[in-house]
Design a binder for this molecule. Structure first.
Ligand SMILES: *[C@@H]1O[C@H](CO)[C@@H](O)[C@H](O)[C@H]1NC(C)=O
Ligand SMILES: *[C@@H]1O[C@H](CO)[C@@H](O)[C@H](O)[C@H]1NC(C)=O
Length: 193
């Protein structure tokens, strides 16, 4: 007999679930602030995967830096823990700064580890070239800068990148020890419509 109790209660649960599915659409008036939208009305056709390759220039030196310290690291931190830099870094299609500009990486990064040099990257790739002009890809992730390849998630986007998701692979192309300027190759794999 005791064994039948859970069986009975799970049957009751199933009935309740069924009833709630049946009754809510029948009796409940849909809310004014939300409604289900037809995918086609948003132009959501087939999802595609794009691979972008470009170079990210972190210019910290000279007369026109694009990466500026806005919060000082805590004292005596070997990993510069606490440092935050705001960036408006050029993105170019080739490794030289003089290569074609395709957009800017706008956002900030901060030193977020007390053990190794690891950054929290928070940035939008704001494209300014061709059909992607005005569209953005948002990256938020962990960047352990001394690793050869760092993977970070693409968490969204705007314009042609609405509903975007994916990842980036960042590889340091050049680092100038004296000036602190860095050029990083970004390979972006993004699913979008
Ligand atoms: C950090 O170092 C600077 C310069 O030596 C000093 O003026 C400041 O008080 C220190 N800050 C803290 C929180 O220890
Ligand atoms: C990108 O869009 C902006 C704003 O609409 C426009 O001013 C600019 O000329 C465009 N750039 C290119 C390369 O099409």
């Amino acid at each position: 007999m005791a064994r039948q109790i859970p069986t009975l209660s799970s049957k009751l649960t199933a009935v309740f679930i069924l009833i709630s599915f049946i009754t809510i659409p029948a009796t409940g008036k849909s809310s004014d602030f939300v409604k289900i939208v037809d995918r086609d009305s948003l132009g959501l056709g087939k999802e595609k995967v794009s691979h972008f390759k470009f170079f990210w220039h972190d210019i910290v030196s000279g007369r026109r830096p694009t990466s500026m310290k806005i919060v000082q690291a805590i004292n005596n931190s070997a990993t510069m823990f606490g440092l935050i830099r705001m960036i408006d870094n050029p993105l170019t299609d080739g490794p030289e700064l003089s290569s074609k500009l395709i957009g800017k990486a706008q956002g900030f990064y901060g030193s977020a580890s007390q053990q190794e040099v690891s950054l929290l990257m928070t940035m939008n790739f704001a494209f300014s070239e061709g059909e992607y002009n005005g569209s953005t890809i948002t990256v938020l992730g962990r960047n352990e800068v001394f690793n050869k390849v760092r993977e970070m998630p693409v968490i969204g986007g705007s314009g042609l990148f609405r509903f975007a998701r994916g990842y980036v692979l960042a590889t340091t192309h050049k680092f100038n020890l004296k000036s602190g300027d860095a050029t990083v190759e970004y390979n972006v794999y993004v699913m979008h419509y």
